[in-house]
Ligand binder design. Structure first.
Ligand code: MRU
Ligand code: ZN
Length: 224
């Protein structure tokens, strides 16, 4: 397939252009720097992804073991539906995030366009206090998650930590409740003793969800 004359961009067999990759890499680096500035990606912790193609599923995910506050636009890896590196489509030579498999699973199950994983302390403290899920209600900030500010209880699910991404993905899928006509999904899962995964239609929405949830969890902890 040849590139469209107007874009100057190269097409891969999956229709991923070099322009798409450049934009994804720049966005991942910018979001990671923002999260690092908030203290949610200390050391090399945390990882981010954006969905590049849906069928077959391909994600651009941050490289493993890098300082997430200092990523460049090249520090991403393209992975498949199982979180395994995909050769020949572009991206860096880094190892993909150790948690790429969970990113792929969340993108697959929820249809998310972006997934953010941060080690925000409030997520770990909340999962410690409420290992079976954190109940939230009657808070204006819930509207930012697509829920009601009154008369609805929103349960933030908690799963146990694992180094096995299939096991972690299974645990996530077991607690994930898809949206219905009446009630929206809850776009976050807390991983006990670890951190949070939040997602959205794109990186901006995934970030907004992470920020709102962190605020809600802090409120819940401080008022318990
Ligand atoms: C401080 S190390 C934390 C890691 O084990 C992991 O949980 C993490 O969030 C970052 O892993 P990475 O492989 O760099 O994406
Ligand atoms: Zn982590």
């Amino acid at each position: 397939m040849s590139a469209p004359a107007s874009s100057g961009s190269q097409f891969s067999p999956d229709g991923i252009t070099s322009d798409t990759l450049a934009a994804a890499g720049a966005a991942l680096a910018a979001e990671a720097a923002r999260f690092a500035g908030m203290g949610w990606m200390r050391g090399t912790s945390g990882n981010l992804s954006v969905t590049l193609t849906r069928d077959p599923l391909h994600l651009a995910v941050t490289g493993s073991g890098l300082d997430k506050g200092e990523l460049t636009a090249d520090d991403f890896v393209i992975v498949d539906r199982d979180g395994a590196r995909t050769e020949g489509l572009g991206g860096s030579g880094h190892r993909p995030s150790a948690e790429a498999g969970l990113h792929s699973r969340i993108a697959r199950v929820t249809g998310a366009g972006a997934v953010v994983h941060v080690h925000a302390l409030a997520a770990v403290v909340a999962a410690h206090h409420w290992p079976h899920g954190v109940e939230l209600r009657d808070l204006e900030m819930l509207k930012g998650l697509g829920h009601l500010a009154h008369d609805e209880t929103v349960l933030i699910p908690v799963v146990q930590n694992s180094q096995d991404m299939v096991e972690l993905g299974d645990a996530f899928e077991a607690v994930y409740v898809p949206a219905t006509d009446a009630v929206g999904e809850v776009p976050v899962v807390l991983v006990a003793n670890h951190g949070m995964y939040a997602w959205g239609a794109d990186l901006h929405q995934a970030r907004w969800h992470a920020e709102l949830i962190e605020w809600l969890l802090r409120f819940r902890i401080e008022t318990r």
